[in-house]
Design a protein around this ligand. Sequence first.
Ligand code: APR
Length: 252
Amino acid sequence: MRSIVILTGAGISRESGLATFRDADGIWAKVRIEDVATPEAFRADPARVQGFYNARRRQLLDVAIQPNAGHRALARLEREWPGDLMLVTQNIDDLHERAGSRHVLHMHGELLKARCTACGRVVPVAEDLTPELVCAGCDSAGTLRPQVVWFGEMPLHMPEIEAALAQADLFVSIGTSGNVYPAAGFVADARRAGARTIELNLEPSEGASLFDEARYGPAGTLVPAFVDDLLRGDRTGPTAAPRRARGDSRPG
Ligand code: APR
């Protein structure tokens, strides 16, 4: 058990006070994806899209929003795990980093960054994005958009993620409903590589049947216990042998 790939979703930030997307009180219950999270929406009404992300950025920067025990446990795992560990998140918040994780792949981008649509420069942003803001790279005004991957756009870091999944011994999915691809397909990629697959979530996700093992409950409780098991080398739990030796042609 050397190489681990972890995927997180909105569920790991729920106990920090950030809404998920598809729960009853989720973001998509209050606003339509088509209105705020597509390139077409941005072209049609940039102020509305900027307003949607400005509100979420302000909330994220509120002192009340802090990493939780789930984020901190994954940072501990990064520090103490002797093998390879890749942390991929669908989340655009910075709670993994603020909990101490140093290598986080944000496949859907980052709320605290902006990208200039004129020169492509990506810059940190902590204030509202408005049409008046000027890009420090090319002096264009009104060209800064959230560095967030919208529906219909290509997620970031995919070659690196796919290479890690092809070598994984263990794939752990935490706090995601398994509704959005390509992230929802990672468990199948990991299985094909012969990895053991584990889901930690409040409830079974769309892809629940594809996981070798599942633990259901709040991430703030599940993830620290899971990391304890992993680091203790608990042979019955997550560190049990991968489903099959790599290269074994028998069906999974
Ligand atoms: N602990 C663990 N899991 C939780 C918790 C919690 N405290 N609270 C909710 N969950 C689970 C829900 O049961 C759900 O399965 O987290 C999951 C959140 O699912 P979504 O709201 O669909 O969020 P996510 O899977 O991250 O969405 C993926 O969709 O809208 C796009 O770009 C957006 O990155 C997002 C992507």
